[in-house]
Design a protein around this ligand. Structure first.
Ligand code: NAP
Ligand code: 3JM
Length: 340
């Protein structure tokens, strides 16, 4: 049996990757409906060798008959349209930050808290966490289960694809201008010049001078791990990398865990690949994680500031595990549990 699947934001970085991932994982799609803005009306995208025409979202009045909708068209579209789809009987899996902290909306990383999927029934909306949160919690969970966690200090090195297709072009154009000796064009999609730079400003600044991106890592981690006591202090930084986010993660554990034990529990954890051999200069890299669905962990060592503690380097493709793949995994979970 297959499902009628809708993609909202189908022409974007995440939307196009939904199509790839649904195809690769052979998700049971019977019918496919693609939505984007009016600008994309009539554009054609292919899925399993067949072409589908993109529809303008705002022209649609009813979404009846659709079983599952995967959303990635930004928070304001999700806020407005997810309840409309849900009212028409559709189960929505949303990629934006619009619904993540709603107590009636599950926030799911299938390797970490699949059991929360049952909470979805009231609103018919399920949220996909922020990309930086997803890869961090996949790597934290095995450590948490073995040794407990009091606090985490994390610095992220986030690729420009996290800010959408236009931000990718922005890095390309700034780099090209510099190489050709032309003045670098003014930034439009990333807060400051991103070429040859590191920008500690993703999303907006909040009252406590953290950015919203940084607070997502605190609040979402607590919700996913069911632990309001975990402390997470993040600095989220955009770097001139096209795909994959990297993170330096420093953990104060409740009990001692040796780096050897951490390597062992992480190697056995679902969705994790350990690449960690300092003697051969082997550690995860953004360019190697690109196009992959796993979370890569390396540079595992005893933390010199937290006692007991661990330090590690965590890398994943932000558009795949950080967005499209995690969302499709959630859809697979809905199917497996008979919830659609
Ligand atoms: P993108 O490449 O800029 O694509 C945006 C998509 O939204 C396009 O398909 C665009 O359609 C569509 N869209 C924009 N305005 C619309 C409107 N008024 N009505 C209908 N569709 C509209 O961005 P992206 O990287 O794919 O990301 C999209 C969203 O996904 C982000 O804003 C974010 O909320 C979420 N996201 C989440 C994560 C995560 O951490 N889990 C990671 C990345 C993105 P047109 O092509 O017609 O403009
Ligand atoms: C809007 O790398 C990034 O910028 C994070 C991905 C992202 C999000 C998100 O998922 O939190 C980009 C743009 C959002 C959002 O919905 O807040």
């Amino acid at each position: 049996m297959g499902y009628k699947v809708a993609i909202v934001g189908a022409t974007g970085e995440v939307g196009r990757t939904f199509l790839k991932v649904l195809e690769e994982r052979d998700f049971p799609v019977d019918e496919l409906v693609l939505f984007a803005s009016e600008r994309s009306e009539g554009k054609r995208l292919s899925f399993k060798g067949k072409e589908y025409e993109v529809k303008a979202l705002n022209k649609q009045t009813s979404f009846r008959g659709i079983d599952i909708a995967l959303f990635s068209a930004g928070g304001s579209i999700s806020k407005e349209y997810a309840p409309k789809f849900a009212r028409d009987g559709v189960v929505v899996v949303d990629n934006s930050s619009a619904w993540r902290m709603d107590p009636e909306v599950p926030l799911i990383v299938p390797e970490v808290n699949p059991e929360d999927i049952y909470m979805f029934k009231n609103k018919r909306i399920i949220a996909n966490p922020n990309c930086s949160t997803i890869q961090m919690v996949v790597a934290l969970k095995p450590i948490y289960d073995y040794a407990g966690i009091n606090r985490v200090v994390v610095a992220t090195y986030q690729s420009v694809s996290g800010a959408g297709a236009k931000a990718i072009r922005e890095l390309e154009e700034q780099t090209k201008a510099w190489c050709e000796g032309r003045p670098i064009p003014e930034p439009k999609y990333i807060a400051k010049q991103i070429a040859f730079n590191a920008v500690p400003h993703i999303d907006v600044f909040m009252e406590n001078d953290y950015t919203r991106e940084e607070l997502k890592m605190l609040n979402e981690t607590r919700k996913i791990m069911h632990d309001e006591n975990i402390k997470v202090s993040a600095t989220a930084v955009r770097v001139p990398v096209f795909y994959s986010h990297s993170e330096a993660v420093h953990i104060e554990t409740k009990r001692e865990i040796s780096p050897e034990k951490a390597r062992e529990v992480l190697s056995k954890a679902p969705g994790v690949v350990v690449i960690d051999d300092p003697s051969k200069s082997e550690y995860p890299l953004a360019i190697d994680a690109q196009g992959r669905d796993e979370v890569f962990v390396g540079r595992i060592r005893k933390d010199l500031a937290f006692e007991p503690g661990l330090a590690m380097w965590v890398v994943a493709d932000n558009i795949r595990k950080g967005a499209a793949t995690n969302t499709v995994q959630i859809a697979e979970l809905l199917v497996k549990e008979g919830l659609v």
